[in-house]
Design a protein around this ligand. Structure first.
Ligand SMILES: *Cc1c(COP(=O)(O)O)cnc(C)c1O
Length: 364
């Protein structure tokens, strides 16, 4: 059977391995498996969210509120924006998909960082657009600007803090960069980890309202999957000018967010204290990874997120290491597919991290 030619060059996105797979393949009990591979919040979500969701479980026969009034008013309040500046996606992933279809086609170029979130490339390939990558591993805005001048891309993706490396762009420098970009190029600022980045260092904080005030051509992306502990609920959002949001809406399937997810995300925003506590714990625990890397004489990239990237020495191999960990029930992310001899480890709870150090110590 023949398929769309555009699919030929796509490598299916490899999600962090689920606990169920490790149970099946290695016969390990779920309670003995630690998943530190997908940057979920190891403390889960606010108990208020769990209560609220439990209450609406009996009401599953009706379609969700497609105007998403409750969640939209919570988000517009948080960011001091208007309803028409906001689109909600089934994860911010879905918003990236809308953006790609709204702005790019076979004749388009998409400029991204050399090492960054894999979905930008996959969605670009859906529409047949060409990917241009920088050379430097961290976002280098001078290099982005040079390539922008040379290639005239339709979309530029900036991921700050970046996945899978954890570094973040200086917010002021980014604003200066954005001023130099013409209004026909859409710049996507993916802030999936911004709650962490802004907590650690205020100079990294990107404020959607400021982007809206200054730029016609920028879209801010946020998600409930990371700091808010709702990865399983699939809720993300985009904030941009009304004319851009209006185009994205044309691509949105009806009822793209379930009733349970809408409720969970709305209530999560009522308990910022829970999230802030999780973030504080995250950076406390991260120090132990820095010490571990020091002891083992391996490089760790300074992280503004809830994960660390451990860059191995030449004598070590990230695929072998992550496989060996997996066989013992420890799921981490091998970054070899990103061209790095490194592993990415989500900073877990104290116990989860201790288990990682115990197992990894024997292997590194
Ligand atoms: C996790 C992640 C997302 C998307 O998460 P969703 O679960 O689809 O909201 C987007 N960008 C980056 C960089 C991420 O790490």
């Amino acid at each position: 059977m023949k398929f769309n030619k555009k699919l030929e060059s796509i490598n299916t996105y490899e999600a962090g391995k689920p606990i169920e797979l490790v149970v099946r393949e290695f016969g390990i009990e779920p309670k003995d498996i630690v998943k530190l591979a997908s940057n979920e919040n190891p403390y889960g979500c606010s108990p208020k969210v769990q209560n609220a969701v439990a209450k609406i479980i009996p009401n599953m026969a009706l379609y969700p509120d497609d105007s998403m009034t409750k969640l939209k008013s919570a988000l517009t309040g948080k960011y001091a924006i208007e309803n028409e500046n906001l689109i909600i996606g089934s994860g911010s992933d879905q918003v990236i998909e809308f953006i790609m279809h709204a702005k790019a086609d076979e004749n388009s170029k998409i400029l991204i960082n050399s090492v960054t979130f894999a979905m930008y490339e996959i969605y670009a390939k859906h529409v047949g657009a060409q990917i241009i990558r920088t050379a430097s591993q961290e976002h280098d805005l001078d290099e982005f600007y040079e390539l922008y001048k040379k290639e005239n891309p339709d979309i530029i993706f900036l991921c700050t803090p970046n996945n899978p490396t954890g570094d973040a762009i200086d917010a002021q420098a980014m604003m200066e960069f954005l001023e130099k970009i013409d209004k026909d190029t859409l710049v996507v600022v993916d802030c999936a980890y911004m709650e962490y980045g802004a907590y650690k260092d205020a100079s990294k904080k990107v404020i959607p309202k400021e982007l809206l005030n200054k730029f016609e051509n920028v879209i801010y992306l946020g998600t409930f999957s990371k700091a808010y502990g709702l990865g399983g609920m699939r809720v993300g959002y985009g904030i941009s000018q009304k004319n851009i949001i209006k185009e994205l809406y044309k691509l949105r399937p009806p009822f793209n967010i379930t009733t349970l997810s809408l409720e969970a995300a709305s209530v999560a925003l009522e308990d910022e204290e829970f999230v802030n506590n999780c973030i504080a714990l995250n950076f406390d625990e991260m120090k132990r990874y820095e010490e571990f890397a020091n002891e083992k004489k391996i490089d760790i990239i300074e992280s503004y997120t809830n994960f660390v990237t451990l860059c191995l020495n030449e004598t070590q191999n990230s695929t072998k290491l992550s496989d060996a960990l997996l066989r013992q029930g420890m799921i981490v992310r091998d970054l070899s597919s990103y061209g790095m001899n490194a592993i990415r480890v989500t900073v877990g709870t104290k116990e989860q991290n201790s288990r990682f150090f115990e197992l990894a110590s024997a292997l590194i």
